[in-house]
Design a protein around this ligand. Structure first.
Ligand SMILES: NC(=O)c1ccc[n+]([C@@H]2O[C@H](COP(=O)([O-])OP(=O)(O)OC[C@H]3O[C@@H](n4cnc5c(N)ncnc54)[C@H](OP(=O)(O)O)[C@@H]3O)[C@@H](O)[C@H]2O)c1
Length: 279
């Protein structure tokens, strides 16, 4: 199941998240297991400090590079020369000569800085060092500021999105701009097992003989959202991948849509602590 990005690039709609997966044995074994299970999309970031193990696992899997979609994220806004050095370091660690999707990890509160960073991303894209470029944690206003100077629109925006925060207005805006939406934190740091979420999702899960996480991922996919659940547990990696085979009824999708409470479990991008430069 692929999402076709605005520039025609195919992005697998389910991938493996790797935030807090420790570099070394853990990350390597986790990514290798996911690739053996059938995942063809790995989400990492310079900030996660595990790109080296991701690269080793991909190499060891012997799966052709062209069959694996790698996303990584720029650590922080900085000078062009420093950002280029960071990008080259990512390529070296990942043992590749391109990444499929490169994201600005967090917006800066200064729009000029976001615009400068984006101009560098556009250069990488035109140099064909990245198949697609995008942003993460960008609100609508961060995007409209970016559009003042952008010559290429982001192809993806990766944001916190789960049953407690469905991002309805942002998604409608991104749809209208042809920007794909990608979810992070789908399990709400455990919140999907609790309160109104646990109750409703638990009832739906029983109907499909599935787990609550599987229902959450199936819901996201059904709504056209790219999902990147993270797990280091082999059985969960397998369980999560099977969510793509669950066909939720429209009635159940609506029940989950109704669980939106605007509840953030990660940092609000408009109130983040990032200074003028975060690196
Ligand atoms: N762009 C950003 O700013 C940003 C921010 C946060 C995350 N992300 C990306 O999004 C990915 C996913 O988000 P996330 O890591 O925050 O959280 P998540 O995928 O919602 O949840 C991960 C947690 O849920 C557990 N888990 C996974 N599958 C499970 C299952 N089937 N049953 C029960 N528990 C399960 C994992 O435990 P075990 O690992 O112990 O199995 C882990 O503790 C990240 O890994 C990262 O790639 C991006």
């Amino acid at each position: 199941m692929n999402k076709i990005l605005s520039n025609g690039v195919k992005m697998p709609m389910i991938g493996l998240g790797t935030f807090l997966v420790a570099d070394g044995k853990s990350a390597k074994e986790t990514v290798l297991h996911a690739l053996n299970v059938g995942y063809r999309h790995i989400d990492t970031a310079q900030m996660y400090k595990n790109e080296e193990s991701v690269g080793e696992a991909i190499k060891e899997s012997k799966i052709p590079r062209s069959e694996i979609f790698i996303t990584t994220k720029q650590r922080g806004h900085s000078t062009v020369s420093k950002m280029r050095a960071q990008f080259e370091e990512s390529l070296a660690k990942l043992q590749t000569d391109y990444v499929d999707l490169y994201l600005i990890h967090w917006p800066n509160q200064n729009k000029l800085i976001n615009q400068q960073t984006w101009a560098f991303f556009e250069t990488l894209y035109l140099e064909k060092k990245v198949k697609a470029i995008g942003v993460s944690n960008f609100t609508r206003s961060h995007l409209t500021d970016l559009f003042e100077t952008a010559t290429i629109k982001p192809m993806v925006n990766q944001v916190e999105l789960h049953p407690g925060l469905s991002q309805v207005p942002l998604k409608a805006y991104l749809d209208s701009e042809g920007i794909a939406i990608e979810s992070y934190g789908p399990l709400m740091k455990g919140g999907v097992f609790e309160g109104i979420w646990g109750e409703t999702l638990g009832d739906i899960a029983k109907k499909y003989n599935a787990s609550i996480p599987q229902i959450v991922f199936a819901w996201g996919l059904r709504n056209g959202v790219i999902m990147i659940p993270k797990s280091v547990t082999p059985e969960r990696i397998e369980e999560n991948f099977k969510a793509k085979d669950i066909q939720l009824s429209q009635e159940d999708v609506s029940l989950i849509n109704d669980l939106n409470r605007g509840k953030r479990v990660y940092t609000d991008p408009d109130n983040s602590p990032w200074g003028p430069y975060i690196d």
